[in-house]
Structures are given as structure tokens and as C-alpha cells.
Design a protein around this ligand. Structure first.
Ligand code: NAD
Length: 495
């Protein structure tokens, strides 16, 4: 049996021999899996899985090789204390700030969704505001029979699925909160964002290794697919799955026998009642819903307004710069934004997700001035823009008789995702009732959605993985740790 250290030595020597060959060594942009290297004379054959272990700055061809490398990295990382982990997190924060614009441009180009200005902000937010090791506060208590101490320990290798809507910010946020706990992370990025994801991962990886940390603390596969996700989901060395995506991937992960932290879809409703500061509500809704062309899972997606202030609200939206469209154009937009499915019902037209208001207005021949952030119009409850998580800067507004009807409609539109809901009201009893009945992970009262997930806007720390179905909520390092207890009997109680 060759032990891991021996394998590593062999791999290194083979890599050295390949690097010295006429093709110039490892092919750039290919994972670094050493494709059939001619075994050097007098050296034992290299198992192919061991050869792949090296990857190309954290990017691998085969998921199995990423897992092997991550396992080794986890063992090495165990020698780094909490202060060192914090230094590592500092490197990731700095690189994210330095490359915010580059990553944002690349993401827009590759995914065709969102806008560079807001994506830069997203990168900055997750760099500055993702919690680090300070979140891991141990607990202790004492009594006549001794002392108990509880600490946060790593799980090991975490398999992380990231969405196309914010591929790099999710990678950054996940890396920070998972490495803080001493874990290693393997990403299976969204196929629609695989190039920027691999590029960002390599950029972070380079800085991490240059900082004196082990290779492969974060890794990904070059060509992520459902198959590579399934290898990650089912591999015995992967101890925890972190899923950030829509209903399909959450369902698939929850069918495994692993612990899953799942951040599923949302469809955040907004209720504006007659006591609200209606003008401010309109401005807040435009601000929250338009951010990155409404790609955020927490963003305002449909609005219910009590009828006595309905007209005032619609005027306030226009005054604040949103473009109102009539029901004929709203219905035309429905036809563009949703495609009839073979199985009956509708599916979202992905081509329109995250596009600008101008682009969407053009499709139905509505004049939307340059720089417009939101299109809006009155609809009924059954409109697909109300019912579906549409992720477009198009806001349907539904008239309701009173607060209670509005609350009922919000509850229906949220579909029990238990994600986010927003209320504008000056009546504290109604805000309390709204929060209790909606039962969502995040409630924002009298503000815009991102005030519930990020301290630059409000008082909240931020996560890009808001674990709704599995209940961890706005995730932080402690959600990716095992709690371990040391019980000291008959001692250490010193008073
Ligand atoms: P998506 O569901 O299309 O894809 C997410 C990831 O899952 C991708 O990597 C995809 O390849 C993979 N995937 C899809 N089906 C799979 C399956 N059956 N098995 C294995 N892997 C599979 O999501 P998206 O469109 O990129 O992102 C938007 C969705 O993510 C929205 O629904 C949004 O609300 C949600 N989201 C939620 C949060 C949160 O914190 N709750 C954060 C961001 C995004």
C-alpha cells in the first residue's frame, strides 16, 4: 500500500517531469489532471486519481479528484489555528474587493443577467459583511459537579452548489463562513457561470497559497454538471451539503442521506397599508426590487396595496422613476416572460431573467427611458408575475380592500417558501401580526429588502445562503460546524 504522503511525492515528481517536457507542463485552463504522462523510468506508476489530485489552482477535471485533494487539504488545515483562519478570511475579503469589478463584468458577460454596477456592490458587501471566526463563540457553564465547555468543530469537506444569479458572491460568502469553521469547500458552480466561477476560484486559490496556506482549501470542477453534483452529493468523504439554488436542486440534495443546509427559492411579497408612508414605500420598493435587475432571492417580487392609498402609491412609483404600463402591456409581458410547458402550466423564460427594464420594455414596445430601474403595473392575484419567482425588474401591483386581505394575499403569493416578506405600515400591531402569520425567515418592516440581509443598508449581517427549507436562516460560520462538548467532572469550578 502506498500512503498518501508517498503518492504526493510521486505526483510531484511526475509533475516536475511533465513540466520539463516539450509541451511546457500543465495545460492552462484544463484542470491540471495529468493526462497519461509517460511514467518516468524507475518511478512507480501513478494512480490516475492521485495524478488528478493536483488540479490547476484549485480547479479539477474530475469531481473525485477534487474530493481527494480537499480531503488532504482538510487534514493540513487542521494545523492552522483560529487566528490563522481569520488571516485567511482576510485574504479572501481583500481579493474580492480588488477583483469586484472584473468578476462583475465577467459574470454579466457570461450569464447575461444583472448589471455591473449592482454586482460590484454585491461583491463588496459579501467581502465586508460575511461573518468570520468571531461568530464561533464557545459556550461554557459550571456547577457543583464541574464544568462544561462547548466548541464549534469543523464538519470536514463541504459540498457547495452555487446559483447563476450570484456565482462569485456566493462562492466568497460560502468560503468565508465555511473556512472560518475549519472546513474545506468544493464548489459545483452553476453551469451557466462556470467560467467566471473557475476564474474567481483560481484567483482566490493563488492568493491563499501565496499567503502560506495549503492548496485546495477551496476547489471546484471545471465543467460542473448534474452528474458532478451527484458525485458530490453521494461521496462518503463529503460530510455536509450547502445548496443555494431553486427548488430542483434543493429537492435533489435533500434526497441524499447527508446533512443539508438548503437555501431555496423565494417570492417575497410586499404589503403597503393605509397607515404607511406611501411615498417612502414606493422608493424602497424600487430600490430593493431593482437591485441587480431583481435577481436577489430576497428582493420584492409583488406588491399588495390597500385600496384607499392605491392611486397615491401608483403615482408615487411614477414620481420615483418607475415606468407604469397598462394591463394590455402587462399581459403581453406575461406572454414573453412565461412559456407554456408541455406538461401543462408555465415555465419561466430564462432569457428574460435579470434583464434590464429597458430591454424588457422594448419587447412589448413600451418606451422605457434609459436608466429606468423598474416597470410596474396593476394586475390581479392570478397574474403569473405575482405567482412565480420571476427575477425581472417588473413589479405587479394588486389592489386589496384592507390589511387583512393584503396579508392573506401575501401569504398565498409566498407559497410557504418561508423566505422573505416586507411590510410598510405604521401600525405596530399589524407589523407584529404580519410577521407572525407570514412565518418567513426574513421580515423587513418599513424598509427595502436588502436591509434584512447586509449591514451596509441595515443592521443585519449578510449571507448569500439563506437556509429556508432547512431552517438555519441567514447562515453564518456556526451553521457549518459541529458542536462538541467537553465535560470536566468535579473540577474547575473555582468559586
Ligand atoms: P438553479 O436551481 O437553476 O441552479 C442552482 C444550481 O443547482 C446549479 O449549480 C445547477 O446546476 C444545480 N442543479 C439544478 N438542478 C439540479 C439537480 N437536479 N441536481 C443537482 N444539481 C442541480 O438556480 P439559479 O437559477 O442559478 O438561481 C436562482 C434560484 O436560486 C432562485 O430560485 C433563487 O431564489 C435561489 N436562491 C436562493 C438563495 C437563498 O439564499 N435562499 C440565494 C440565491 C439564490
Amino acid at each position: 500500500m502506498i500512503d498518501e504522503q508517498q503518492i504526493r511525492k510521486i505526483v510531484e515528481s511526475v509533475v516536475a517531469s511533465v513540466a520539463g517536457s516539450s509541451d511546457g507542463g500543465l495545460p492552462k485552463g484544463t484542470s491540471g489532471a495529468i493526462v497519461s504522462p509517460a511514467p518516468a523510468p524507475k518511478k512507480p506508476a501513478v494512480p490516475s486519481s492521485a495524478a488528478g489530485i493536483r488540479g490547476n489552482e484549485g480547479v479539477f477535471v474530475r469531481m473525485e479528484d477534487a474530493i481527494n485533494a480537499s480531503k488532504r487539504a482538510f487534514d493540513e488545515f487542521a494545523h492552522f489555528g483560529i487566528r490563522e483562519r481569520e488571516r485567511l478570511i482576510g485574504i479572501i475579503r481583500r481579493v474580492t474587493l480588488d477583483y469586484a469589478e472584473e468578476f462583475s463584468r465577467m459574470t454579466c458577460e457570461e450569464t447575461g443577467m444583472g448589471n455591473v454596477r449592482d454586482k460590484i456592490l454585491k461583491h463588496r458587501n459579501c467581502s465586508k459583511n460575511s461573518p468570520g471566526t468571531e461568530d464561533l463563540v464557545s459556550r461554557s457553564w459550571s456547577g457543583e459537579r464541574g464544568v462544561c465547555l462547548e466548541e464549534y468543530a469543523p464538519f470536514g469537506i463541504i459540498g457547495a452548489i452555487t446559483p447563476s444569479t450570484h456565482p462569485v458572491p456566493t462562492m466568497v460568502n460560502n468560503s468565508i463562513i465555511m473556512l472560518a469553521g475549519g472546513n474545506t469547500v468544493i464548489f459545483n458552480p452553476h453551469p451557466g457561470a462556470k467560467r467566471v466561477s473557475a476564474h474567481a476560484l483560481q484567483t482566490f486559490h493563488r492568493a491563499i497559497v501565496a499567503g502560506g496556506f495549503p492548496e485546495n482549501l477551496i476547489t471546484c470542477v471545471e465543467n460542473p454538471t448534474i452528474e458532478t453534483a451527484n458525485i458530490l452529493f453521494n461521496h462518503p468523504d463529503v460530510k455536509l451539503l450547502s445548496i443555494t439554488g431553486g427548488p430542483g436542486v434543493v429537492k435533489a440534495a435533500m434526497a441524499t442521506n447527508k446533512k443539508v443546509v438548503a437555501a431555496g427559492p423565494g417570492n417575497p411579497p410586499v404589503l403597503v397599508d393605509e397607515t404607511a408612508n406611501v411615498e417612502k414605500a414606493a422608493e424602497d420598493i424600487i430600490k430593493g426590487a431593482s437591485f441587480d435587475n431583481n435577481l436577489l432571492c430576497i428582493a420584492e417580487k409583488e406588491v399588495f396595496v390597500v385600496e384607499t392609498v392605491f392611486d397615491r402609491f401608483m403615482m408615487a412609483m411614477e414620481k420615483a422613476g418607475a415606468v407604469r404600463i397598462d394591463d394590455i402591456h402587462m399581459n403581453l409581458l406575461v406572454e414573453k416572460a412565461f412559456i407554456k410547458s408541455d406538461k401543462g402550466g408555465h415555465v419561466l423564460n430564462r432569457e428574460l431573467v435579470g434583464k434590464s427594464a429597458e430591454y424588457i420594455g422594448d419587447l412589448v414596445k413600451v418606451n422605457v427611458p434609459e436608466g429606468t430601474r423598474i416597470i410596474f403595473g396593476e394586475t390581479t392575484m392570478d397574474n403569473l408575475f405575482v405567482q412565480e419567482e420571476q427575477m425581472m425588474p417588473v413589479i405587479p401591483v394588486v389592489r386589496v380592500r384592507n390589511f387583512d386581505e393584503g396579508l392573506k394575499r401575501c401569504l398565498e403569493a409566498e407559497h410557504e417558501y418561508r423566505h422573505t416578506a416586507i411590510i410598510h405600515s405604521k401600525d405596530m400591531d399589524r407589523i407584529t401580526k404580519f410577521a407572525r402569520i407570514m412565518n418567513t425567515t426574513i421580515i423587513v418592516a418599513n424598509g427595502y429588502s436588502t436591509q434584512g440581509d447586509g449591514p451596509d443598508d441595515g443592521e443585519a449581517y449578510m449571507a448569500f445562503t439563506i437556509a429556508t427549507p432547512t431552517g438555519e436562516g441567514v447562515t453564518s460560520p456556526r451553521n457549518f460546524c459541529r458542536i462538541r462538548r467537553l465535560a470536566i467532572a468535579e473540577s474547575l469550578r473555582f468559586v
